[in-house]
Design a protein around this ligand. Structure first.
Ligand code: PMP
Length: 475
């Protein structure tokens, strides 16, 4: 690879001309990435990194079929959606086919933020209400309207104030949340009810004050909040409360959609609910900016009835649509959902093995290729191991493996690799993590440490009970 300039000059120019609020990964020794192939990225020296973070490069960095689709369409025409084009309608039809009824009307936009902004606008117009319920630590985009409903941003020191029409419900965290205190063994069912009741309470108050709510917005598996898998039945109860308060439910599938969970195309399906509005982005274009809002004919009609045209210069341009269609081709042709499930389960099992070996590993959770490993300094108190998590991410980078961390205490190691990730990649990731954790704790959980063993087996037991409950529900 021929660089345009040495890395030091790239750093100098970036510092000089790019806003410092745009932060780099590994700030003191940033990576200069110049190429990507499948699940690997290469720096300017040709060093290869295993990418365990990039859920945007969904079907693999620079997948030839996707690249070709973009190149081909770019050489023909790129224009706006005021002209008829087959790629746009083909994409709309294909997306709708993956969604339950009555989700059948698409709007194409350029980013997840734009998609969520439009979703909120649709909700406001349709319900004529203002109150919006969001989850704590949620992130829904960088637009001003989205920062308003993103505690991930407005909770930061220096962040804007939360508007009074925004209501924050607790994250349905079954490990370290409002209702999950150490040594407290509530069932998934109970937790689902308790967390959902928090949303119910907000709905009730907003209804008595303002006649109802506008919307509930959430990722069906919260990624920015620390790879959270809500308890079974949670969203079903929440959606019911919101509907009873005349609100609409928005599922933000920007990170977790397009088959990442393995069992389903969309993460909300794992909770057996049907949202009123779904927003999709990131993986949709495999690195090209394209996103969409899919809603019901009824909500789309309320929007059209305003008489105000919706025009988005690049939303739904033929190049973006051709690329998104190519991404869908690859997901189907390469059976990537099946792969996400198989490799994801392997990764999850191997990570659970780490919990047995390392005191630092407090919880392991995930679905498909969406996995979180929560590090704690004290398993009983579940004290977040923030500094240790930072160290692990940096050490893994030295081992040429890129992972990230998230959660309110930045102590959750986050894996969401391109879906072409293999079991060998998962093994390399876990074997390396095992070594790095060993360096940190220097000691294995002693077999005689009965308390820790009990906590470990209790955790496994609860997971199997949850699985059995889910299976019996499916019979
Ligand atoms: N929703 C979620 C859940 C996200 O993770 C993000 C981006 N991290 C967005 C919305 C915003 O997407 P974009 O950056 O494409 O605007």
């Amino acid at each position: 690879y021929q660089q345009s300039m040495p890395k030091s000059e790239t750093i100098r120019l970036r510092e000089k001309h790019v806003g410092s609020a745009c932060q780099l990964f590994f700030r003191s020794t940033p990576l200069k990435i110049v190429r990507g192939i499948a699940q690997f990225m290469y720096d300017e020296t040709g060093e290869r990194y295993l990418d365990c973070i990039n859920n945007v490069a969904h079907v693999g960095h620079c997948h030839p079929h996707v690249v070709e689709a973009g190149r081909n369409q770019m050489s023909l025409i790129s224009t706006n959606n005021r002209y008829l084009h087959d790629e746009l309608v083909i994409l709309a039809e294909r997306l709708v086919k993956t969604l339950p009824e009555p989700l059948s009307v698409c709007f194409f936009v350029n980013s997840g933020s734009e998609a969520n902004d439009l979703a909120l606008r649709l909700a406001r117009i349709h319900t004529k209400k203002k109150d919006v319920i969001t989850l704590d630590h949620a992130y829904h985009g960088h637009l001003t309207s989205m920062i308003d409903i993103s505690p991930y941003k407005f909770n930061l020191p220096g962040g804007p104030d939360k508007p009074e029409w925004v209501h924050v419900a607790p994250v349905p965290d079954t490990y370290r949340g409002k209702y999950t205190k150490p040594n407290d063994s509530k069932s998934e069912e109970e937790l689902g009810q308790m967390y959902a009741d928090e949303v119910g309470k907000i709905c009730k108050e907003a209804t008595s004050k303002n006649g109802g709510v506008c919307a509930f917005i959430a990722e069906s598996l919260q990624s920015c909040g620390g790879q959270i898998i809500p308890p079974d039945g949670y969203l079903k109860r929440v959606y019911q409360y919101v509907k009873e308060s005349y609100g609409v439910c928005i599922a933000d599938e920007v990170q977790v959609g397009f088959g990442r969970v393995g069992t389903h195309m969309w993460a909300f399906e794992t909770q057996d609910v049907v949202p009123d509005i779904v927003t999709v982005g990131k993986p949709m274009g495999n690195g090209h900016p394209v996103a969409a809002v899919i809603t019901t004919p009824e909500i789309a009609k309320s929007f059209a009835d305003t008489g105000v045209e919706y025009f988005n210069t690049y939303g739904g341009n033929p190049v973006s649509c051709a690329i998104a269609n190519a991404v869908l081709d690859v997901i189907e042709e390469e059976n990537l959902m099946e792969r996400a499930l198989r490799v994801g389960n392997h990764l999850l099992n191997r990570c659970e093995g780490l919990m047995h070996k390392h005191r630092l590993v407090g919880d392991v959770r995930g679905r498909g290729l969406f996995v979180g490993v929560e590090l704690v300094t004290d398993r009983e108190l579940r004290t977040p191991a923030t500094a240790e998590a930072k160290h692990v991410v940096n050490r893994m980078r030295e081992e040429k493996i890129l992972i990230s961390r998230d959660g309110p205490d930045s102590n959750v190691l986050k894996f969401k690799p391109p879906m072409v990730f293999s079991t060998q990649d998962a093994d390399r990731l876990v074997d390396t993590l095992d070594r790095v954790l060993e360096e940190l704790d220097g000691s294995r959980v002693p077999v005689t440490s009965l308390k820790l063993e009990v906590i470990y087996y209790e955790h496994i037991f609860l997971k199997y009970m949850a699985l059995l409950t889910a299976l019996s529900g499916n019979l």
